[in-house]
Structures are given as C-alpha cells and as structure tokens.
Design a protein around this ligand. Structure first.
Ligand SMILES: Nc1ncnc2c1ncn2[C@@H]1O[C@H](COP(=O)(O)OP(=O)(O)OP(=O)(O)O)[C@@H](O)[C@H]1O
Length: 271
C-alpha cells in the first residue's frame, strides 16, 4: 500500500553562507495513514528538521518526499502543529484561539463567515469538551495553567482535521504529572480521530507510551538507526509505564541513543 508520507533518501544540509551543516544523512522513512511515530535521538540529530521537511517549511537538499504517492508540494497538505510553547494569542479567548485554523486554512476559511456562529463553534466546543476545557472556552490563555494551555494548543492543532499532526516536544515544559495527563489526552484524541502523528520528544517514556513506532536517530548528521514497533494494546495506562516490560523498552532505547555511533560523514565529492 502507498504510504501516506514517504521520505526517500532525504538529505538536508543547512547552508548559512560559508558555514554548512549536514543535518540529515540520506534518510528513508515511510509513514502509514494513522501511524503514531515518535522521533527520538540525541540533541541536534535532525528530529525537528524532519518535521520542517514534512511541513514544507524546508526543502530537502537531496532525495524526495512523497505525500500519498505524489511529490510533496504537488497538492496542498493540511498540517497541524504544536510546539513546546503553546503560543496561543493572548488577546483571543480559548475558543477563538482554537477556531483560528478554521479561519485561515482552506477549504474551511471559505465557509468561515457563514459557519462561525453555528457549525464551527460547535466543532470547537466539542473538541474543547473532549479535553475538559469547555468551561474555559471564554477565558483568555493567561487565565489558564500551562497544562490547560497545551490542551488548547492540541485542540488548535487538530480542529481542522490535519492530514499530518506534527508535534515538537509539546509537553517538554510541563511538570511530570501534567505531562502524563496530557499523554492520556493525546492518546484519546488520536484514538478518536485516527490522526497521523509525528512526535519529536526527548522523553523516552513518552515515546513508548504514545507511539506505535519509535524511530531512533544517530547523532548529527542524523539518520534512522532503529525503527521499533510498540505493540502494547490501547488504550495504554500511565501505570503500565512502570511495569518491567515497558521499562525494558525505555532502557533499550536509551542504550541505543547513548551508544549509537555518529553516522559516517559522506565525503563532499559524493554528495
Ligand atoms: N536554520 C539552520 N541553519 C543552520 N543549521 C541549522 C539550522 N537549523 C538546524 N540546524 C542544525 O542542524 C542540526 C539538526 O537540527 P535539529 O533542530 O533538526 O535537531 P534536533 O534533533 O531537533 O535537536 P534538539 O533535540 O536539540 O531540538 C543541528 O546541528 C542544528 O544546529
């Protein structure tokens, strides 16, 4: 079956004038529709670079990226994104923050004026209810805790049913208990919506709890050195992450990352 996203021998070299940084060695990755993939690896190995490629913020230096069998860029791909900082607009209510993609992203924006008061508002409120935020819909972001802001941020990333949900350390700034709550929220949203997710994280327990596949990357210039399935049935419980079989997955990932040699550099002439 054609993968939803296919990175085919993709290479990235950042070129800042005289200084060039090879961030990604030829990397191949196939993402099926509905996959939940976690990208883990040492700092600077190119995890965020993969998200930038998937969101078309960055073009590969070499290789190709396909979406549903066609070269990325041939057709618009709807992407939802969330980062470590929730970056909600402080002057808008939570409801209006979550509504934003429906105002901006085609084809929703064409119907925005007609549907805002009815259908779109119901859609936003249903999502807010699903993550326990409906009572806070009229509040401004600064009236919510960091964890609540990240819940709203996830809603904003999902409200327009993106083809791809790209998450770059979305829970990195939260305390452990709030983070675990948000893992369960994200798992529930993913199970309900069947989204296709690429998650960058440094937290191996988070990767193992949330993902179906964990792609481990080598130190920069990065490449995928292990593509590991996590078959634990859903819904997963936080308490399971303290059980021996789960702890063992996390330990194996950690060993891989700590001991993985940096990928051999490709000689410039061969690039
Ligand atoms: N715009 C840029 N210009 C030059 N070099 C860059 C640029 N963006 C990233 N890099 C370099 O490319 C490499 C990969 O960066 P990237 O942000 O993808 O890594 P990462 O694995 O997400 O890192 P971290 O885990 O620390 O967030 C790093 O060495 C980084 O310094």
């Amino acid at each position: 079956m054609t993968p939803l996203v296919h990175f085919d021998e993709v290479c990235v070299e950042y070129d800042a004038g005289r200084e060039k940084t090879l961030a990604l060695q030829p990397t191949t990755l196939e993402v099926a529709k509905g996959d939940f993939i976690a990208l883990v690896g040492p700092s600077g190995c190119g995890k965020s670079t993969i998200l930038k490629l998937a969101s078309e913020l960055l073009a590969p230096t070499a290789g190709h990226i396909f979406f549903a069998g066609r070269e990325l860029g041939a057709e618009p791909v709807r992407v939802g994104m969330a980062f470590q900082s929730a970056s909600l607009l402080p002057w808008l209510s939570i409801r209006d923050n979550v509504m934003l993609p429906l105002k901006i992203v085609p084809p929703f924006r064409e119907h925005y004026r007609a549907k805002r008061k009815g259908e779109y508002r119901d859609r936003v409120d249903a999502l807010l209810a699903q993550v326990g935020l409906l009572d806070f819909a009229d509040k401004n972001p600064w009236q919510l805790s960091g964890g609540m802001q990240q819940r709203a941020n996830l809603c904003r990333a999902l409200v327009h049913d993106p083809d791809l949900l790209l998450l770059d350390e979305p829970f990195g700034a939260l305390d452990q208990f709030t983070r675990e709550e948000l893992w369960s929220t994200l798992q529930d949203l993913w199970m309900a919506r069947g989204s296709t997710v690429l998650l960058v994280t440094h937290d191996l327990r988070e990767a193992a709890f949330l993902a179906n596949r964990i792609c481990v990357m080598s130190a920069r210039p990065g490449r995928i050195i292990e593509d590991r399935q996590v078959t634990t049935p859903r819904p997963r419980q936080i308490s399971q992450t303290f059980r021996p079989e789960f702890v063992s997955i996390v330990e194996q990932l950690r060993e891989l990352i700590v001991h993985a040699p940096a990928a051999p550099q490709i000689p410039e002439a061969a690039q």
